[in-house]
Design a protein around this ligand. Structure first.
Ligand SMILES: N[C@@H](CCC(=O)N[C@@H](CS)C(=O)NCC(=O)O)C(=O)O
Length: 208
């Protein structure tokens, strides 16, 4: 019998969205549990680190830490490349996604106007151009469709979620894709993949 998966997180996309997208991209069923402040307060004390996301497998085994969950899902559903080297390439992109996420939440949560502007500037002029140049090179070398190998992988989903988060955020510069047409194309192509599209079409709006 196939395993049963439940993902617990808040209502937002946040750290859980990459995991939801991995399930969607693999066409696998997921119980997408969204906790509110009150239900989280009760559940928090029963979790390993008092944090989410958490993936519960077959109603018993709980996996915490986003990266561990993402790799588990990728291995379960064949989204982790075809050999050790391809898995490492997926890891490189996943860690890059993490670095961008860290910078993005700094901007997102900073209340001080001057600091917020400073973080936003750093993101737009240093962080993203550096990572985009690397991703654009990978895409070009690999035929433009996927970042690793010849089919959807954790690398594509991680980069897609990164682009989705920054494209939808207010902190992002308007000319994001100016020098990176291949990245824009990649983003639009992933958006149109039937399994991803059907998930995106039903998704609730979210700021991050
Ligand atoms: N390193 C952890 C960080 C998890 C984390 O910071 N979770 C936050 C939400 S994004 C959380 O659960 N906050 C609620 C709390 O601490 O009560 C991971 O990647 O899963």
């Amino acid at each position: 019998m196939p395993a049963k998966y439940k993902l617990s997180y808040f209502e937002e996309r946040g750290r859980a969205e990459i995991l939801r997208l991995l399930f969607a991209g693999a066409g696998q069923e997921l119980k997408d549990e969204r906790l509110t402040g009150d239900s989280w307060a009760v559940f928090k004390h029963k979790t390993p680190y008092g944090q989410m996301p958490l993936l519960t497998v077959d109603n018993k085994t709980i996996i915490n830490q986003t990266g561990a969950i993402a790799r588990f899902i990728a291995r379960e559903f064949g989204l982790y490349g075809t050999d050790n080297m391809e898995s490492s390439k997926c890891d490189v992109i996943f860690e890059t996604y993490n670095d961008v996420f860290t910078e993005l939440i700094k901007v997102f949560f900073e209340q001080d106007e001057a600091k917020n502007a400073e973080y936003g500037k750093k993101l737009n002029t240093e962080v993203l151009p550096k990572y985009f140049a690397f991703m654009a090179k990978l895409l070009k070398e690999n035929g433009g469709k996927c970042l690793v190998g010849s089919k959807l992988s954790l690398a594509d989903v991680a980069f897609f979620d990164m682009l989705d988060k920054i494209t939808g955020s207010k902190v992002m510069g308007a000319d994001l894709y100016k020098d990176f047409a291949e990245i824009k194309r990649f983003f639009e192509n992933v958006q149109k993949l039937p399994k991803i599209k059907s998930y995106l079409d039903k998704r609730q709006p979210s700021d991050l």
